[in-house]
Write a protein that binds this ligand. Sequence first.
Ligand code: FES
Length: 109
Amino acid sequence: MTAVRACSLADLPGVGAIRVVVDGWNVAVVSTVEGVFAIEDRCSHADVALSEGDVDGCTIECWLHGSQFDLRTGEPLSLPANKPVPVFPVAVEGEGPSADIMIDIPETR
Ligand code: FES
């Protein structure tokens, strides 16, 4: 694992997700009322971006067929997706809106 800067805190919506590309991974960086999470930006059911889905608590909902994923574990909470999506550890470095969002990315897939 390598900690890589994904964005700054100011880049994130209050609640919602953005897509960033980090070391070849498409990552949804997700701001929630419970903190910031990072999950691969690809639904496990089909190749669509989770970052375009709705965020509710610690879940993100795929916009295409509605599967929800737990942002802490990547596990699907509802069908039709039945496989987890990789999640990545997140650390916030610094203070205020310019704080850096750091993500631990695996060196190999
Ligand atoms: S593409 Fe995400 S649930 Fe079908």
